[in-house]
Design a protein around this ligand. Structure first.
Ligand code: F6R
Length: 608
């Protein structure tokens, strides 16, 4: 998703803009650009399709500048080319934008009738020219012009703006897309998120919906509805080390390695006297005993974490639960309201569909809870209650540690629901919590220690183009996540199938040599899985099995076997997902893929 950076201060702004954009690369982008004032106070723009290096290459020497804005663009309106890259503008201003202007076509028509012409296909250029109209033609002040312009936009935006006649100011505005203001010593930044400025400062103001900010070297003034807003200066606790690769070849493998610690950190403050305790989150868990149904709404990997939770809430708390894809939920006129708890799961806390689903659930009168990683993100702020996962920044586009901490936290929540609903005794609950906190992170670490073994197995499938993951019960949901991970980073097409469903059509695709990865960690379903593996073997499949540490596997059942470390089947999902992540990682590495930034994908999906 697009990234925004802005700088005004004593240093060279161009260096800070490039450094900030580089830190935002993890969000995914396909073009980049900067606008800055030079020493003659002239406003310059440099932008190019492709990587940030193309922008740098266009400036033979770094120009002297103390004020500028920059952008990485993830194409929505128009191809990822030089012209559509941001900044956009007119001789009087430059503007960068994250989000979507939904009514841009109507506004473009209106501006065309007023004599404006357009060189790009973007909605952003329309916003820039609309701003020009109010600033230059209507002669409004900068702030009034931004207010008028944003009042005409329908959609979402985070904006960074420079006016040619005011080289000492960066303007910013936010509606629906995240933006923060960083405060340094006699300098200020604007940024899409804290990772862009973490190497420079930890102090920041969070811009809220509908706010407009004027940022100079020495001040950051903020308004909403034309009235000044006083903001609390926040301090980011993420350290720069955590936002860098720390010696690993990719962020993805670094983040997989962080899973044991991230799980413990997420759980630590929520366990008291050996039992779950969410009082520190201000979440009153008695609601879990009052509701008739829980709805879990999320996208992608976060939705797969929800599927694991559905099984746990069913088995541990007998709490009916539905899991829905956010983009489907919001348009399906969902039957949800008073008496329901809607849980939104999101690493970024900014996913547009998940945020819209949250707003819809609130409008319909449901109680809402969010499980979110990014502190202060939109979903975290708008839900009735929030449980933060403490995974630290997740930079690789493919989500790994976020899923592990989400599912670990959801397990704890399910145990709590079991207690509240009288389905678990305190002894049962304490036993489970102890294994979750003491054993599960160790088991994940042991899985990671066997990376080489998984790499060898992954190398066997790296040349294939189609593959199946099959599983039953909890393993079916793990199969979905294993399949998503593999396809998004290795570009190997794969399908996740409920093992019993394969023979109802899809087995026609299993031909000699097609790999089938069978997840067999549910003891009660093991024999059924073995039958399904046999069905695929009979058609010539190359079979891979993931099973428990002690599972007795008869000779010749599968061609390759990966055993999980010792752990009870109920918690097998934690080392198991780790194995699947490593499997996907090494398959992608063997194929030479751009693992941290897979094609066409963005880290934070803030558009529909
Ligand atoms: C896949 C992946 C995505 C995200 C999805 C939701 O590896 O990362 O499927 O899980 O885009 O993102 P969040 O959790 O930020 O709402």
């Amino acid at each position: 998703m697009c990234g925004i950076i802005g700088y005004i201060g004593k240093d060279n702004s161009v260096n800070h803009l490039i450094e900030g954009l580089r830190a935002l690369e993890y969000r995914g982008y396909d073009s980049a650009g900067i606008a800055f004032f030079d020493t003659k106070q002239k406003l310059n723009t440099v932008k190019a399709a492709g990587r940030l290096a193309n922008v740098e290459a266009m400036m033979q020497i770094t120009p002297e500048s103390h004020c500028g804005i920059g952008h990485t663009r993830w194409a929505t309106h128009g191809a990822p080319d030089d012209i559509n890259a941001h900044p956009h503008g007119t001789p009087s201003l430059r503007l960068v934008h994250n989000g979507i202007v939904e009514n841009y076509a109507a506004l473009k028509e209106e501006l065309t009738a007023l004599g404006y012409t357009f060189e790009s296909e973007t909605d952003t250029e329309v916003a820039a020219k609309l701003l020009d109209y109010y600033y230059v033609k209507e002669k409004l002040t900068a702030r009034a012009a931004i207010e008028r312009m944003t009042s005409r936009l329908v959609g979402s935006w985070a904006l960074g703006i420079l006016f040619a006649d005011d080289p000492g100011t960066v303007w910013a505005a936010r509606q629906g897309s995240p933006l923060i203001i960083g405060k340094g010593e006699n300098e200020h930044y604007i940024a899409s998120d804290i990772t862009a400025i973490l190497s420079r400062t930890r102090d920041y103001y969070q811009l809220d919906e509908g706010e407009i900010a004027k940022v100079t070297r020495s001040s950051a003034e903020i308004w909403k509805d034309s009235k000044p807003v006083n903001k609390e200066l926040k301090v980011a606790h993420w350290d720069i080390e955590a936002a860098e690769r720390g010696g690993y070849p990719h962020f993805m493998i670094k983040e997989i390695n962080e899973e044991p610690t991230a799980i413990r950190t997420t759980l630590h403050s929520r366990i008291k006297d050996g039992l779950p305790d969410f009082s520190g989150d201000g979440f009153d868990t008695s609601v879990l005993g009052e509701i008739s149904r829980m709805h879990i709404i999320a996208c992608g990997t976060a939705m797969h974490a929800g599927l694991v939770a559905k099984g746990l809430l069913n088995s541990l708390a007998k709490l009916p639960c539905e899991v829905e894809i956010a983009s489907e939920f919001r348009y399906n006129d969902p039957i949800v309201g008073k008496g329901d708890l809607v849980l939104i799961i999101s690493q970024s806390g900014e996913t547009a569909d998940s945020l819209a689903a949250l707003r819809l659930a609130k409008k319909k009168g449901a109680a809402t809870l969010a499980i979110v990683n990014v502190i202060g993100s939109s979903i975290a702020r708008e839900a009735d209650s929030v449980l933060y996962t403490m995974a630290g920044p997740e930079i690789a586009v493919a989500s790994t540690k976020a899923y592990s901490v989400q599912t670990a936290l959801l397990y704890l929540l399910s145990v709590e629901a079991g207690l509240v609903r009288g389905r678990l005794s305190r002894e049962d609950a304490a036993k489970r919590v102890s294994e979750l906190y003491n054993r599960a992170p160790e088991a994940v670490a042991e899985m990671i220690a066997r990376e080489k073994e998984i790499e060898t197995v992954a190398n066997k499938i790296s040349g294939c183009e189609d593959l199946f993951f099959i599983g039953r019960g909890a393993d079916y949901h793990l199969a979905a996540e294993g399949s998503l991970k593999l396809k998004e980073i290795s570009y190997i097409h794969s399908e996740a199938y409920a093992a019993g469903e394969l023979k109802h059509g899809t087995i026609s695709l299993v031909t000699p040599g097609v790999p089938v990865v069978a997840l067999c960690t549910v003891p009660d379903l093991y024999e059924k899985m073995v039958s399904n593996i046999r069905e695929t073997k009979a058609r010539g499949a190359e079979t891979f099995m993931i099973c428990g540490a002690d599972t007795e596997v008869a000779e010749g059942t599968a061609d390759h076997i990966i055993r999980l470390p010792e752990i009870s089947p109920e918690l097998a999902f934690l080392p198991e997902v780790c194995a699947l992540q490593l499997f996907a990682y090494h398959a992608a590495a063997a194929r030479g893929c751009d693992i941290d930034k897979p094609r066409n994908l963005a880290k934070s999906v803030t558009v529909e």
